[in-house]
Structure formats: structure tokens, C-alpha cells
Write a protein that binds this ligand. Structure first.
Ligand SMILES: [Zn+2]
Length: 257
């Protein structure tokens, strides 16, 4: 089985499984019905995926494979053996994604595009895929650059991409998890109860819990928030109207002064 089949298959399986779980064990009462949010959230990722496939036909795994074949990038120059290269690829890419996420909040130009993800008024599995196409393209540019400079392991990149998309679906899910289990999971992974704090309308909370996969980056870099104190509204103050949530409005949001 090649990457072209594995990735969409695991992605669809995760959406279905976690979607079923969040429908059965709801964490917060939804403001809006699925039918009112899902068309825009799904359309924007379809658009972004088409654009990114046109600009980067090789994909992230393809770039890593090219580096391996052509002996390019730090890990290949150092002649790292398979296992350290595989593990370092996953850990280093996760650190880069953490840091990229911090920058999308700190740099005003990047925030304009990232706020499309944050203006969702509910959180569920489709929030995980609601990103402006420009943010997806910029993030792919950074990712392919980092992968080639580090000479990442192609299988490591594939596993990282699978972990990232599955974990994004999991930690945006409107899923109740028993507090004892959630606390245990949170030692290593980002849980929905940890990530929802990052989607608070209050900036002192949204400026924390930036991690996507492993929870330790937030602890190491002191951006970790344990509990959701404000219990504030999810989303952005200026985008609380229904019409702000339509596809065309989402695409226009970064360009509104
Ligand atoms: Zn964010």
C-alpha cells in the first residue's frame, strides 16, 4: 500500500471513529447544528487540499524520499542509522509544528490567516480541518523546507503526518473523557480538554497550549495552562454572527481590516 492510499484511509477512519465517539459522549452543548457548520468547514479544507496538491505535487513524504535518494540534508550527511533518524524526524517535526503554531499567534500577518481556524464557535472533528488555504500553503512551504534541511526520514515523515492528522481530529473533538483518564493521557498527549483552552476567546488562555501531538512542548516552553478558568466563549469576538461562518466569509476574513 502506498502513501496515496494509507493517508486518506487512516484520515477517514479517524474522522468516522472519533466522530462517532463525540456524537455518543458529548463534552459541551453545541451552539450550532452540525449541518450549519460542517459544509463550510469541509469545503475550506477541500479547497486547501486541491491548491496544495497543485503547488506541491511531491508532498512532504516525497521531498524526504528525494533527500534520501540524493543524500541531501543534515541526517543524511551525518549518516544516521535508521531508528535514530526515524525517531528524531518525528520529534523534531513536532517541535517545528509547535513553534510554527506559536508564530501564527504572534506575527500579525500569520494570525490573520490562522484566526480563520479560531473563529469557529464550536469545536468538533471538523474544526481540525478548518484552515485558510493560504495558511495551508505557507505551512507546507515551511514543512518541506525543514524536511529537506534536516534530511528527514521518509517513513518518519509519513508516520508524523498520520499522527498529526489523527491527533488534530482527536484534540478538537467535542469528546467527554473521564477526568482520571484525561489526566493520564495529558502527561504525554494533547487532549480535547487541554486544547479547548487554546480556543478560548480570552487571549490569556488562547496564548497557551499550542501543542498538537505531545503535551510536553507546552510544559518545556512554559506555555502550558492546566484548566479552563474563564469558560469563555469559543471563537473570536468579531466573528460571532452566522454569516461570518460561511465559506466565502471564511476565505475573506484575513483580508478584513
Ligand atoms: Zn491556534
Amino acid at each position: 500500500m502506498n502513501e496515496g492510499i494509507i493517508r486518506p484511509l487512516i484520515f477517514a477512519l479517524c474522522l468516522l471513529t472519533i466522530g462517532f465517539l463525540e456524537a455518543s459522549f458529548e463534552y459541551r452543548k453545541r451552539l450550532k447544528k452540525r449541518s450549519e457548520r460542517w459544509p463550510a468547514n469541509i469545503s475550506i479544507i477541500v479547497l486547501g487540499t486541491i491548491i496544495v496538491k497543485l503547488i506541491f505535487p511531491m508532498g512532504a513524504v516525497g521531498v524526504a524520499y528525494w533527500c534520501e535518494v540524493n543524500n541531501f540534508g543534515l541526517f543524511n550527511w551525518l549518516g544516521l542509522s535508521y531508528l535514530p533518524k526515524f525517531i528524531l524526524t518525528i520529534i523534531f517535526l513536532d517541535l517545528v509544528i509547535y513553534y510554527q503554531h506559536v508564530l501564527t499567534h504572534k506575527i500579525p500577518f500569520l494570525w490573520k490567516f490562522h484566526q480563520v481556524h479560531h473563529s469557529d464557535r464550536d469545536l468538533d472533528i471538523t474544526s481540525a480541518i478548518r484552515f485558510h488555504p493560504v495558511e495551508i500553503v505557507l505551512s507546507m512551504m515551511l514543512k518541506t523546507m525543514v524536511i529537506s534541511l534536516m534530511g528527514a526520514d521518509a517513513k518518519g515523515v509519513l508516520v508524523f503526518e498520520l499522527i498529526l492528522s489523527s491527533m488534530a481530529i482527536f484534540n478538537h473533538a467535542n469528546l467527554y473523557i473521564h477526568p482520571r483518564l484525561e489526566k493520564l493521557l495529558r502527561y504525554v498527549f494533547v487532549t480535547p480538554q487541554m486544547h479547548i483552552i487554546h480556543h478560548s476567546e480570552e487571549q490569556f488562555e488562547s496564548d497557551s497550549n499550542y501543542g498538537f501531538n505531545f503535551s510536553f512542548w507546552d510544559r518545556i516552553f512554559k506555555t502550558y495552562t492546566e484548566s479552563w478558568k474563564s469558560k469563555a466563549v469559543i471563537g473570536q469576538r468579531m466573528y460571532q454572527r452566522d454569516k461570518d461562518q460561511e465559506l466565502v466569509s471564511l476565505l475573506k476574513q484575513p483580508f478584513i481590516k
